[in-house]
Design a protein around this ligand. Structure first.
Ligand SMILES: *Cc1c(COP(=O)(O)O)cnc(C)c1O
Length: 444
C-alpha cells in the first residue's frame, strides 16, 4: 500500500503552518484568496503544477538553471556518482570528482587561476574570497590592508560577511551593526546617461587612491548587478578596474555566482574584459541548479601566501565542501558547455531578446529595456524600489498567461535557460509583453 499523497490544498495548508519562505513578506503571502501554485515537476524550460499546468520558467529557477530542468548529462552524472559515493570529507583525502573538477575549472577560467576552494552556495563562495583576501594581507606584511570596496546596489549573498559587502538598503541596512564597514563606490550602471560608467569609474578611482594603503580587495558583480535590478555596464569598466587594482596592489574579487556559466554570453563574464580576477566566485549555474555547490578560484600567489607555519592556514570550511555529487554535476555542466552548443544557442537567443527589448523601449510606461547575454530587463517608471508593487502585478499577469517570473521591484526580468528554443523564447517574450501591457493598463 502506498500512502495517499496530500492534495494541493492540503499541501498549501501544511506549508502555511510550517514553512517560512525566503524573501517573502508574511502578510502578503498569507493574504486570503491567494493560491500559490503547487509545483510537482520540472522539465526543460517548464514547471508543471500538481494539476498538470505547464508554466514557462522565465527566471531560470532563481537564476540557477542555466541548462533548464533535468538536463540529461547532469542528471545522469549525479545518478552515477550517487551509486559510487555521496559524501566524503574533503579534508585529509583526495577524491576523483573534486580533483578533476578543480583541474577543469582552472583550465576553463581566465588564465592564472590555478586553485579551487569548494563550498556549498554563492554566499559562502564570496565569504571564502573575503576571508582569504583579508588573511593574506594580515600574514604577508601588509596588515593595514583590511578594508573592502564594493558597489552601490551590490548583492553578494546573505551571510553576514557577504552582507557587509552588499549595497541594497532594504536587505542590508538593518544588519549594519553586525557587519564590517566597507567603502562604497557608485554603480557603473544605471540611468545617468550613456557614459555614466566612465564617471562612476572616476569616483571609484578617487576613493581607491585616497584609501590605497588600507585596501584589501574590491568586490564586484561583473557586467550585470543582478539583485539591484539587472543593472548592466560594459567590459571597459572591468578592464580599468583590473589595471587600477594592479597598480594599487589590491585584490579583485569577481562574484560570478550569477553571471558565470554562460549567462552574459561567454562562459565567464570576465572573459569579455580579458581580465583575470584574483578570486572568481562560482555557484548557481555551476551545477545547473541540481545541487547546492560552489567554488572560489584563486591564484598561485594567493595560495602561496598561506604556506608556512600552521597558524597561516585558512581555517575555513563547511560540511559539504567538495561534495562528490556537486562535483559530478559541475563536471557534467562543463561537458555541456564544451560539447552541446549551449553558448551558440544562447547567442541566438540573446539577439531575439535584444530585438524584443528595442520594441519594449517604445512602450508607454516603460523607462528602459536592456539586454546582456541572456539577461533581459524591462524597467517600469522611475528607479528600482523593491517594495513597489508594479513588478508583482506583472508577475501575476504573466502567471495567468502561462509563465513564471519573480518580481524585482519595478523591474521585470527574464533569465531563461540558455537552452531555450527560439519558439519557447518567443512565447515567453509575448507573454511578458502582454503582462506588462495588462499591468500598466490596470494601473493607469
Ligand atoms: C545569488 C547570488 C549570491 C548568493 O548565492 P546564494 O547561493 O544564494 O548564497 C551571491 N552573489 C551573487 C551575484 C548572486 O546573484
Amino acid at each position: 500500500m502506498t500512502e495517499r499523497r496530500p492534495t494541493s490544498d492540503e499541501l498549501r495548508a501544511i506549508d502555511r503552518r510550517h514553512v517560512w519562505h525566503p524573501y517573502t513578506p508574511i502578510d502578503r503571502w498569507e493574504q486570503p484568496g491567494r493560491e500559490p501554485p503547487v509545483i510537482d515537476r520540472a522539465e526543460g524550460v517548464y514547471y508543471v503544477t500538481r494539476e498538470g499546468r505547464r508554466l514557462l520558467d522565465g527566471f531560470g529557477s532563481w537564476w540557477v538553471c542555466n541548462l533548464g530542468h533535468g538536463y540529461p548529462r547532469v542528471r545522469d552524472a549525479v545518478r552515477a556518482q550517487l551509486d559510487r559515493m555521496a559524501h566524503v570529507a574533503i579534508a585529509g583525502v583526495v577524491h576523483e570528482p573534486a580533483a578533476v573538477l578543480a583541474e577543469r575549472l582552472c583550465a576553463a577560467a581566465p588564465p592564472g587561476l590555478t586553485r579551487a576552494f569548494y563550498s556549498d552556495n554563492g554566499s559562502t563562495s564570496v565569504e571564502v574570497a573575503i576571508r582569504a583576501a583579508f588573511q593574506f594581507f594580515q600574514q604577508n606584511d601588509q596588515p593595514k590592508r583590511r578594508r573592502f570596496v564594493s558597489l552601490e546596489g551590490a548583492y553578494h549573498g546573505d551571510t553576514i560577511g557577504a552582507v557587509s559587502v552588499g549595497g541594497i538598503p532594504l536587505f542590508h541596512e538593518r544588519f549594519g551593526p553586525l557587519t564590517f564597514e566597507t567603502l562604497r563606490a557608485p554603480t557603473p550602471a544605471g540611468g545617468h546617461g550613456p557614459h555614466w560608467h566612465v564617471e562612476a569609474f572616476a569616483a571609484l578611482e578617487t576613493l581607491m587612491r585616497d584609501n590605497a594603503s588600507e585596501l584589501a580587495a574590491v568586490v564586484i558583480e561583473p557586467l550585470v548587478q543582478g539583485a539591484a535590478g539587472m543593472l548592466m555596464y560594459p567590459p571597459s569598466y572591468l578592464r580599468s578596474l583590473r589595471a587600477l587594482c594592479d597598480e594599487l596592489g589590491v585584490f579583485l574579487i569577481a562574484d560570478e555566482v550569477f553571471v558565470g556559466f554562460g549567462r552574459t554570453g561567454t562562459l565567464f563574464a570576465c572573459e569579455q574584459a580579458e581580465i583575470t580576477p584574483d578570486f572568481l566566485c562560482l555557484s548557481k549555474g555551476l551545477t545547473a541548479g541540481v545541487l547546492p555547490f560552489a567554488a572560489t578560484l584563486t591564484t598561485e600567489r594567493v595560495y602561496d601566501g598561506f604556506r608556512g607555519s600552521a597558524d597561516r592556514t585558512l581555517f575555513y570550511g563547511h560540511s559539504y565542501c567538495g561534495h562528490p555529487l556537486g562535483c559530478a554535476a559541475a563536471l557534467a555542466v562543463l561537458d555541456a558547455f564544451e560539447h552541446d552548443d549551449v553558448l551558440d544557442n544562447a547567442a541566438a537567443r540573446s539577439l531575439q531578446m535584444q530585438a524584443w527589448a528595442q520594441q519594449m523601449k517604445g512602450r508607454p510606461g516603460v523607462a528602459d529595456a536592456r539586454v546582456t547575454g541572456t539577461v533581459a530587463a524591462v524597467q517600469i517608471g522611475g528607479d528600482s524600489d523593491y517594495t513597489q508593487t508594479v513588478g508583482e502585478k506583472i508577475v501575476g499577469e504573466a502567471f495567468d498567461r502561462g509563465a513564471w517570473l519573480r518580481p524585482l521591484g519595478n523591474v521585470v526580468y527574464l533569465v531563461p535557460a540558455l537552452t531555450i528554443t527560439a519558439a519557447q523564447l518567443d512565447e515567453l517574450l509575448a507573454i511578458t509583453t502582454a503582462a506588462v501591457d495588462a499591468a500598466l493598463t490596470d494601473a493607469g
